[in-house]
Design a protein around this ligand. Structure first.
Ligand SMILES: [Zn+2]
Length: 76
């Protein structure tokens, strides 16, 4: 598999933290997905996209089970 962005061939399944925005909050969701080691482009398969959509839907209904690890701040 070649990266469609940089045409690099070093794409490996990596654990990444995907950001999901809920109102003014950002929730990081750990997923395993192929990532281009050269340019950082992430390749999601259909199952991963579906999983992220499910998580997003759940977060809209309630935020139980989440842990606060930092704050999102706005400058200016
Ligand atoms: Zn790339």
């Amino acid at each position: 598999m070649k990266c469609i962005v940089c045409h690099g061939e070093d794409i490996q399944v990596t654990e990444v933290k995907e950001e999901i925005k809920v109102d003014n909050d950002i929730v990081y969701v750990s997923i395993q997905t192929p990532v281009c080691r050269v340019c950082g482009e992430r390749y999601y398969d259909r199952r991963t996209i579906q999983f992220l959509e499910e998580v997003e839907e759940k977060l809209k209904q309630g935020r139980s089970g989440l842990q606060e690890v930092g704050k999102v701040l706005v400058y200016g």
